[in-house]
Design a protein around this ligand. Sequence first.
Ligand SMILES: [Zn+2]
Length: 162
Amino acid sequence: MPGIIQKPIKENFSRGGRTSQLGLVLHVQEGEGSLFERFSDPATRSSAHFWVSQAGEIEQYVSVQDQAWTQSAGNAEWVSIETSGFAGKPLTTAQVDAVARVYAWGAREHSWPLEVTDSSKGRGLGTHAMGGAPWGGHACPGTIRAGQREAVISRVRQSHGI
Ligand SMILES: [Zn+2]
């Protein structure tokens, strides 16, 4: 994605092999700070396409043509975005705006629909939790951040003319 910080990782993802572009999966970091170093460590065995700081900076680690190792069985169909902070705290306004920037780009480039989904077989802006056990059985990103997805989609409509 143009206009953001590109920090391609060399480990912890699979080249190609994507079967579709169903949309974007929201994650929570449960921590602070760039994930580039962690995702560059071969021992980590996980990654994400994008990461958003509390201040709304966006880093991209993996091309959306490749599979980040984020939500197991969903890696071939979904793009992933990690958000700095904790499940008990909402996304900052800057983070909502940043996720909306990524989503607006995906809507234009990959036809992601402007809607929220809670199904791993649906399309739109989803959550890690929606994939259940095949996606690792995580509660990520928690109900607070999951509940902010409508605000992200509203922001896409307001600010990006889609
Ligand atoms: Zn997650």
